[in-house]
Design a protein around this ligand. Structure first.
Ligand SMILES: [Ca+2]
Length: 290
């Protein structure tokens, strides 16, 4: 992965104990509730009450069968996943034998991960395969209609969803305490590697970890003009776009990010769609009204 892997990484202390995530725990309770109702449905042959009239609508929050929460983002036509896709959610996908695209790299990022951490070491191809699997699964169950589908956010959608600050948390540098999971050098948080999703403050739209924890794949091919000339002057590698059909866009910072230029909201980095990194994951959006 270009640029992402060229960053210096501070590997110092043991991975600290995981912190509980109130948001994630609440989500898991809801997953359990929906699962219980679904199980009751199998025996009773009735549609569970919680799933009636629950097909996603353009302007409403929505939760899918895996417990993934989505919210509308003004200025886009999609619902955005409020969390990065977790290790547990990707594991559910990878267990399906029909989807051989999922390698085992995601299981071995080189540091410990719990189920509620964002999955990393996944290629763009694998992230897309996850979206397609989830679409098929939810269409077959009638949870979404046949015109609705999951995909990665476009670069434009991500730009809107991250907010308007110079940095995802606002204007100040360095990032303030509680703003996210960054490199240990910045001394902003207590996590050396990934942290559970949803354990830092959400942004103005209710999205977590947009600028920290793990970088995120986007749909688009990278073209150098996506970055301003001043950014490309600072990072000359970003002038290499392979003609616009070689690398996919990656947005956001990660637990490895420590430099002010690598954390600005507007910067795009990129990676070969078959490549993967221990600092890059993804989140899904749901296209409700194509
Ligand atoms: Ca950290």
């Amino acid at each position: 992965m270009r640029y992402a892997t060229s960053q210096s990484v501070a590997n110092t202390a043991e991975h600290q104990n995981e912190k509980a995530s109130k948001g994630y725990n609440a989500r898991q309770q809801e997953v359990g509730r929906i699962a219980n109702e679904a199980n009751q449905n199998i025996s009773s042959k009735k549609t569970p009450s919680s799933l009636l009239h629950k097909s996603p609508q353009p302007d409403q929050n929505w939760t899918n069968r895996l417990g993934m929460k989505f919210v509308p983002i003004p200025g886009t036509k999609v619902l955005f996943g409020i969390y990065d896709v977790t290790f547990d959610e990707f594991k559910t996908f990878a267990k399906n034998d029909q989807h051989e695209q999922a390698s085992t790299n995601w299981k071995n990022p080189g540091f410990p991960q719990e189920n509620n951490h964002p999955v990393v070491n996944v290629s763009w191809d694998e992230a897309k395969a996850f979206c397609e699997w989830l679409t098929q699964k939810d269409q077959e169950s009638g949870l979404i209609n046949n015109n609705q589908y999951y995909r990665l956010p476009t670069d434009e959608e991500w730009s809107i969803a991250v907010g308007r600050g110079s940095y995802p948390w606002g204007e100040q540098w360095p990032p303030p305490k509680g703003s996210g999971n960054f490199a240990p050098l910045l001394k902003v948080d207590d996590y050396e590697f990934t942290s559970p999703v949803g354990c830092f403050a959400a942004n103005e739209y209710g999205l977590y970890d947009m600028g920290a924890n793990v970088r995120q794949w986007c749909e688009d091919w990278y073209v150098k003009e996506m970055n301003g000339a001043s950014v490309r002057d600072l990072v000359p590698d970003l002038n290499q776009d392979g003609g616009g059909k070689k690398y996919k866009v990656i947005r956001g910072g990660s637990y490895k990010s420590e430099g002010s230029r690598s954390l600005i909201t507007d910067i795009r980095i990129c990676g070969d769609p078959r490549d993967y990194s221990e600092a890059c994951g993804f989140r899904c959006v749901l296209v409700v009204s194509p």
